[in-house]
Design a protein around this ligand. Structure first.
Ligand code: UDP
Length: 317
Protein backbone atom coordinates (compact mmCIF):
# COMPACT_ATOMS: atom_id res chain seq x y z
CA UNK A 1 0.00 0.00 0.00
CA UNK A 2 1.43 3.40 -1.00
CA UNK A 3 1.80 5.94 1.81
CA UNK A 4 1.05 9.66 1.57
CA UNK A 5 1.56 12.45 4.11
CA UNK A 6 -0.94 15.30 3.81
CA UNK A 7 -0.26 18.43 5.87
CA UNK A 8 -3.14 20.76 6.69
CA UNK A 9 -5.24 17.59 6.65
CA UNK A 10 -8.03 19.01 8.84
CA UNK A 11 -8.49 22.05 6.60
CA UNK A 12 -10.88 22.55 3.73
CA UNK A 13 -8.61 21.32 0.92
CA UNK A 14 -6.55 18.94 3.07
CA UNK A 15 -9.59 16.98 4.21
CA UNK A 16 -10.88 16.59 0.64
CA UNK A 17 -7.43 15.36 -0.38
CA UNK A 18 -7.44 12.80 2.46
CA UNK A 19 -10.79 11.51 1.13
CA UNK A 20 -9.43 11.24 -2.39
CA UNK A 21 -6.29 9.32 -1.41
CA UNK A 22 -8.28 6.99 0.85
CA UNK A 23 -10.62 6.34 -2.10
CA UNK A 24 -7.58 5.58 -4.28
CA UNK A 25 -6.44 2.93 -1.77
CA UNK A 26 -3.56 4.75 -0.06
CA UNK A 27 -2.42 4.71 3.55
CA UNK A 28 -3.02 8.35 4.49
CA UNK A 29 -1.14 10.17 7.26
CA UNK A 30 -2.93 13.43 8.00
CA UNK A 31 -1.04 16.14 9.91
CA UNK A 32 -2.42 19.40 11.30
CA UNK A 33 -1.80 21.73 14.25
CA UNK A 34 -5.53 22.64 14.21
CA UNK A 35 -4.91 26.42 14.33
CA UNK A 36 -7.27 27.01 11.42
CA UNK A 37 -8.20 23.39 10.63
CA UNK A 38 -11.23 21.60 12.06
CA UNK A 39 -10.87 18.01 13.24
CA UNK A 40 -14.57 17.45 12.45
CA UNK A 41 -13.57 17.47 8.76
CA UNK A 42 -11.72 14.19 9.37
CA UNK A 43 -13.99 12.46 11.89
CA UNK A 44 -15.40 10.06 9.28
CA UNK A 45 -11.86 8.79 8.52
CA UNK A 46 -10.80 8.00 12.10
CA UNK A 47 -12.35 4.48 12.14
CA UNK A 48 -10.36 3.48 9.03
CA UNK A 49 -7.24 1.36 9.40
CA UNK A 50 -5.48 3.09 6.53
CA UNK A 51 -5.86 6.56 8.09
CA UNK A 52 -3.83 8.06 10.92
CA UNK A 53 -3.79 11.58 12.31
CA UNK A 54 -0.79 13.42 13.77
CA UNK A 55 -1.43 16.60 15.76
CA UNK A 56 1.73 18.50 14.88
CA UNK A 57 2.97 21.91 13.70
CA UNK A 58 5.16 21.34 10.62
CA UNK A 59 7.11 24.54 11.32
CA UNK A 60 8.90 22.33 13.88
CA UNK A 61 10.92 19.24 12.93
CA UNK A 62 8.64 16.65 11.32
CA UNK A 63 9.05 12.97 12.15
CA UNK A 64 7.12 10.25 10.34
CA UNK A 65 8.00 6.60 10.90
CA UNK A 66 8.20 4.22 7.95
CA UNK A 67 8.20 4.81 4.22
CA UNK A 68 6.56 7.68 2.37
CA UNK A 69 5.79 7.79 -1.33
CA UNK A 70 4.24 11.26 -1.49
CA UNK A 71 4.06 14.42 0.61
CA UNK A 72 1.39 17.05 -0.09
CA UNK A 73 2.04 20.28 1.81
CA UNK A 74 -1.32 22.01 2.32
CA UNK A 75 -0.78 23.42 5.81
CA UNK A 76 -1.20 27.21 5.93
CA UNK A 77 -3.67 29.83 6.96
CA UNK A 78 -5.22 30.67 3.59
CA UNK A 79 -7.84 33.36 4.04
CA UNK A 80 -6.90 37.04 4.28
CA UNK A 81 -8.42 37.50 7.75
CA UNK A 82 -6.56 34.42 9.04
CA UNK A 83 -3.17 35.47 7.83
CA UNK A 84 -3.69 38.97 9.17
CA UNK A 85 -4.45 37.45 12.60
CA UNK A 86 -1.51 35.04 12.59
CA UNK A 87 1.07 36.57 10.24
CA UNK A 88 4.19 35.02 11.81
CA UNK A 89 2.78 31.47 11.75
CA UNK A 90 1.79 32.07 8.12
CA UNK A 91 5.36 33.03 7.22
CA UNK A 92 6.78 30.11 9.21
CA UNK A 93 4.60 27.36 7.77
CA UNK A 94 5.36 28.45 4.21
CA UNK A 95 9.10 28.77 4.83
CA UNK A 96 10.30 26.67 7.81
CA UNK A 97 7.45 24.18 7.35
CA UNK A 98 8.26 23.70 3.68
CA UNK A 99 11.98 23.31 4.48
CA UNK A 100 11.23 20.62 7.09
CA UNK A 101 8.99 18.72 4.68
CA UNK A 102 11.48 18.95 1.82
CA UNK A 103 14.06 17.47 4.18
CA UNK A 104 11.65 14.69 5.06
CA UNK A 105 10.89 14.06 1.36
CA UNK A 106 14.63 13.84 0.64
CA UNK A 107 15.21 11.43 3.53
CA UNK A 108 12.32 9.19 2.45
CA UNK A 109 12.82 9.49 -1.32
CA UNK A 110 9.24 10.81 -1.55
CA UNK A 111 7.73 13.02 -4.23
CA UNK A 112 6.65 16.38 -2.81
CA UNK A 113 3.77 18.57 -4.03
CA UNK A 114 3.36 22.06 -2.61
CA UNK A 115 0.18 24.14 -2.55
CA UNK A 116 1.15 27.47 -4.02
CA UNK A 117 -1.36 30.12 -4.92
CA UNK A 118 -2.58 32.73 -7.37
CA UNK A 119 -1.40 35.20 -4.70
CA UNK A 120 2.13 34.77 -6.08
CA UNK A 121 0.83 37.00 -8.92
CA UNK A 122 -0.24 39.67 -6.37
CA UNK A 123 -2.43 42.41 -7.87
CA UNK A 124 -1.70 41.21 -11.41
CA UNK A 125 -0.73 43.47 -14.28
CA UNK A 126 -1.19 40.59 -16.74
CA UNK A 127 -4.69 39.21 -17.31
CA UNK A 128 -5.54 36.34 -17.35
CA UNK A 129 -2.54 35.09 -15.36
CA UNK A 130 -0.17 32.67 -17.11
CA UNK A 131 2.48 30.68 -15.25
CA UNK A 132 5.18 32.79 -16.94
CA UNK A 133 4.01 35.99 -15.21
CA UNK A 134 6.24 36.94 -12.24
CA UNK A 135 3.65 38.90 -10.34
CA UNK A 136 3.06 42.26 -8.70
CA UNK A 137 3.38 41.71 -4.96
CA UNK A 138 3.86 44.24 -2.17
CA UNK A 139 6.22 42.39 0.21
CA UNK A 140 5.39 44.59 3.20
CA UNK A 141 1.64 44.97 2.60
CA UNK A 142 -0.90 43.06 4.70
CA UNK A 143 -1.00 40.18 2.21
CA UNK A 144 2.81 40.05 1.98
CA UNK A 145 3.10 37.51 4.81
CA UNK A 146 1.16 34.97 2.75
CA UNK A 147 2.30 35.95 -0.74
CA UNK A 148 6.00 36.06 0.12
CA UNK A 149 5.86 32.83 2.16
CA UNK A 150 4.35 31.12 -0.89
CA UNK A 151 6.90 32.68 -3.24
CA UNK A 152 9.73 31.52 -0.96
CA UNK A 153 8.05 28.10 -0.84
CA UNK A 154 8.19 27.85 -4.63
CA UNK A 155 11.85 28.98 -4.63
CA UNK A 156 13.05 26.47 -2.04
CA UNK A 157 11.04 23.66 -3.63
CA UNK A 158 12.62 24.36 -7.01
CA UNK A 159 16.05 24.53 -5.34
CA UNK A 160 15.56 21.06 -3.80
CA UNK A 161 14.59 19.82 -7.24
CA UNK A 162 17.59 21.40 -8.94
CA UNK A 163 20.27 20.73 -6.33
CA UNK A 164 19.05 17.50 -4.70
CA UNK A 165 17.16 15.98 -7.66
CA UNK A 166 14.07 15.77 -5.48
CA UNK A 167 10.85 15.00 -7.35
CA UNK A 168 8.71 18.10 -6.84
CA UNK A 169 5.38 19.45 -8.09
CA UNK A 170 4.01 23.00 -7.69
CA UNK A 171 0.33 23.84 -8.02
CA UNK A 172 -0.87 27.45 -8.09
CA UNK A 173 -4.37 27.33 -6.68
CA UNK A 174 -6.92 30.01 -7.59
CA UNK A 175 -10.04 30.77 -5.50
CA UNK A 176 -11.63 27.44 -4.58
CA UNK A 177 -14.89 26.74 -2.76
CA UNK A 178 -17.13 23.93 -1.61
CA UNK A 179 -18.33 21.99 1.43
CA UNK A 180 -16.14 22.26 4.59
CA UNK A 181 -15.13 25.87 3.98
CA UNK A 182 -15.12 27.53 7.38
CA UNK A 183 -18.20 29.71 7.70
CA UNK A 184 -16.20 32.36 9.60
CA UNK A 185 -13.04 32.35 7.49
CA UNK A 186 -13.94 35.74 6.03
CA UNK A 187 -13.75 34.68 2.41
CA UNK A 188 -16.37 35.93 0.06
CA UNK A 189 -18.28 32.67 -0.53
CA UNK A 190 -18.93 31.72 3.14
CA UNK A 191 -19.36 35.39 4.09
CA UNK A 192 -22.06 36.07 1.48
CA UNK A 193 -23.90 32.76 2.02
CA UNK A 194 -23.99 33.05 5.80
CA UNK A 195 -25.05 36.71 5.61
CA UNK A 196 -27.82 35.94 3.10
CA UNK A 197 -29.01 32.92 5.08
CA UNK A 198 -29.27 35.00 8.25
CA UNK A 199 -31.08 37.87 6.54
CA UNK A 200 -28.09 40.21 6.94
CA UNK A 201 -26.72 42.64 4.36
CA UNK A 202 -24.06 41.20 2.06
CA UNK A 203 -20.83 43.11 2.76
CA UNK A 204 -19.33 44.10 -0.59
CA UNK A 205 -15.79 45.46 -0.22
CA UNK A 206 -15.03 48.36 -2.58
CA UNK A 207 -17.54 49.01 -5.35
CA UNK A 208 -17.82 45.30 -6.22
CA UNK A 209 -16.12 45.70 -9.60
CA UNK A 210 -13.12 43.53 -8.62
CA UNK A 211 -13.23 40.06 -10.14
CA UNK A 212 -12.53 36.51 -9.01
CA UNK A 213 -12.87 33.11 -10.72
CA UNK A 214 -14.22 30.35 -8.48
CA UNK A 215 -13.28 26.67 -8.82
CA UNK A 216 -15.32 23.89 -7.21
CA UNK A 217 -13.27 21.75 -4.83
CA UNK A 218 -13.82 18.42 -6.66
CA UNK A 219 -12.34 19.91 -9.83
CA UNK A 220 -9.34 21.21 -7.88
CA UNK A 221 -8.69 17.84 -6.21
CA UNK A 222 -8.76 16.13 -9.62
CA UNK A 223 -6.20 18.66 -10.90
CA UNK A 224 -3.94 18.09 -7.88
CA UNK A 225 -4.12 14.32 -8.31
CA UNK A 226 -3.25 14.53 -12.00
CA UNK A 227 -0.36 16.93 -11.36
CA UNK A 228 1.09 14.69 -8.64
CA UNK A 229 1.02 11.70 -10.97
CA UNK A 230 2.46 13.66 -13.92
CA UNK A 231 6.11 14.47 -14.59
CA UNK A 232 5.55 18.25 -14.60
CA UNK A 233 8.07 20.10 -12.46
CA UNK A 234 7.17 23.66 -13.48
CA UNK A 235 4.27 25.39 -11.66
CA UNK A 236 0.77 24.76 -13.01
CA UNK A 237 -2.30 26.98 -12.52
CA UNK A 238 -5.39 25.09 -11.41
CA UNK A 239 -8.58 27.10 -11.26
CA UNK A 240 -11.80 27.85 -13.09
CA UNK A 241 -11.46 30.68 -15.64
CA UNK A 242 -15.15 31.61 -15.33
CA UNK A 243 -14.61 35.17 -14.04
CA UNK A 244 -17.24 37.27 -12.25
CA UNK A 245 -17.31 40.61 -10.45
CA UNK A 246 -17.92 40.46 -6.71
CA UNK A 247 -21.02 42.64 -7.21
CA UNK A 248 -22.55 40.15 -9.68
CA UNK A 249 -21.55 37.27 -7.44
CA UNK A 250 -23.48 38.88 -4.56
CA UNK A 251 -26.57 38.91 -6.84
CA UNK A 252 -26.12 35.19 -7.60
CA UNK A 253 -26.00 34.37 -3.88
CA UNK A 254 -29.08 36.50 -3.19
CA UNK A 255 -30.96 34.81 -6.06
CA UNK A 256 -30.14 31.39 -4.64
CA UNK A 257 -30.93 32.13 -0.99
CA UNK A 258 -33.77 34.61 -1.40
CA UNK A 259 -34.24 38.36 -1.39
CA UNK A 260 -31.79 40.55 0.48
CA UNK A 261 -29.68 43.65 0.32
CA UNK A 262 -26.02 44.60 0.03
CA UNK A 263 -23.86 47.21 1.78
CA UNK A 264 -20.57 48.69 0.62
CA UNK A 265 -17.38 48.80 2.73
CA UNK A 266 -13.78 49.95 2.13
CA UNK A 267 -11.70 47.70 -0.09
CA UNK A 268 -8.93 45.99 1.93
CA UNK A 269 -5.37 47.20 1.21
CA UNK A 270 -3.75 45.51 -1.85
CA UNK A 271 -6.93 43.57 -2.66
CA UNK A 272 -6.32 42.29 -6.22
CA UNK A 273 -8.58 44.04 -8.76
CA UNK A 274 -8.75 41.10 -11.16
CA UNK A 275 -8.02 37.41 -10.97
CA UNK A 276 -8.51 34.72 -13.57
CA UNK A 277 -6.28 31.76 -14.38
CA UNK A 278 -4.99 30.93 -17.82
CA UNK A 279 -5.28 27.12 -17.72
CA UNK A 280 -3.82 26.26 -21.14
CA UNK A 281 -0.90 24.42 -19.49
CA UNK A 282 -3.15 22.30 -17.26
CA UNK A 283 -5.24 21.39 -20.33
CA UNK A 284 -2.16 20.54 -22.37
CA UNK A 285 -0.02 18.61 -19.90
CA UNK A 286 -2.65 17.18 -17.51
CA UNK A 287 -5.66 16.93 -19.84
CA UNK A 288 -7.49 18.78 -17.05
CA UNK A 289 -10.23 21.37 -17.09
CA UNK A 290 -12.99 22.18 -14.60
CA UNK A 291 -16.28 20.33 -15.03
CA UNK A 292 -18.54 21.81 -12.32
CA UNK A 293 -20.32 25.06 -13.23
CA UNK A 294 -20.57 27.84 -10.66
CA UNK A 295 -24.35 27.35 -10.47
CA UNK A 296 -23.98 23.64 -9.66
CA UNK A 297 -21.03 24.15 -7.28
CA UNK A 298 -22.88 26.91 -5.43
CA UNK A 299 -25.93 24.66 -5.03
CA UNK A 300 -23.79 21.92 -3.45
CA UNK A 301 -22.01 24.43 -1.23
CA UNK A 302 -25.33 26.00 -0.13
CA UNK A 303 -26.52 22.53 0.94
CA UNK A 304 -23.42 22.29 3.15
CA UNK A 305 -23.83 25.76 4.63
CA UNK A 306 -27.43 24.82 5.57
CA UNK A 307 -25.93 22.21 7.91
CA UNK A 308 -23.54 24.61 9.67
CA UNK A 309 -24.94 28.16 9.56
CA UNK A 310 -26.83 28.87 12.80
CA UNK A 311 -30.22 30.59 13.06
CA UNK A 312 -31.15 30.35 9.44
CA UNK A 313 -34.02 32.67 8.68
CA UNK A 314 -35.91 31.66 5.58
CA UNK A 315 -36.12 34.84 3.54
CA UNK A 316 -38.99 34.33 1.13
CA UNK A 317 -38.91 35.81 -2.33
N1 UDP B 1 -15.04 40.33 -0.35
C1 UDP B 1 -16.18 41.10 -0.19
N2 UDP B 1 -16.94 40.90 0.93
C2 UDP B 1 -16.64 40.00 1.90
C3 UDP B 1 -15.48 39.21 1.72
C4 UDP B 1 -14.69 39.40 0.58
O1 UDP B 1 -16.51 41.93 -1.05
O2 UDP B 1 -17.38 39.89 2.89
C5 UDP B 1 -14.20 40.53 -1.57
C6 UDP B 1 -12.72 40.76 -1.28
O3 UDP B 1 -12.45 42.13 -1.07
C7 UDP B 1 -12.10 40.26 -2.57
C8 UDP B 1 -13.05 39.14 -3.01
O4 UDP B 1 -14.26 39.34 -2.32
O5 UDP B 1 -12.08 41.26 -3.56
C9 UDP B 1 -12.52 37.74 -2.67
O6 UDP B 1 -12.11 37.76 -1.33
P1 UDP B 1 -11.66 36.47 -0.54
O7 UDP B 1 -11.36 36.89 0.86
O8 UDP B 1 -12.66 35.39 -0.74
O9 UDP B 1 -10.31 35.97 -1.22
P2 UDP B 1 -9.11 36.65 -2.05
O10 UDP B 1 -9.40 36.24 -3.45
O11 UDP B 1 -9.15 38.15 -1.90
O12 UDP B 1 -7.90 36.06 -1.49
Amino acid sequence: MKRVLITGAAGFLGSHLCDRFIAEGYHVIGMDNLITGNIANLEHLFPLENFEFHHHDVSNFVHVAGELDYILHFASPASPIDYLKIPIQTLKVGSLGTHNLLGLAKAKGARMLIASTSEVYGDPLVHPQTEEYWGNVNPIGPRGVYDEAKRFQEAITMAYHTYHNLETRIIRIFNTYGPRMRVDDGRVMPAFFSQAMQGKELTIFGDGSQTRSFCYVDDLVEGIYRLLMSDTVMPINIGNPDEITIGDFAKEVLDMVGNGTVSFHPLPVNDPKKRRPNIDKAKEVLGWEPKVSRAEGMRRTYEYFKTVVPNIQEVKK
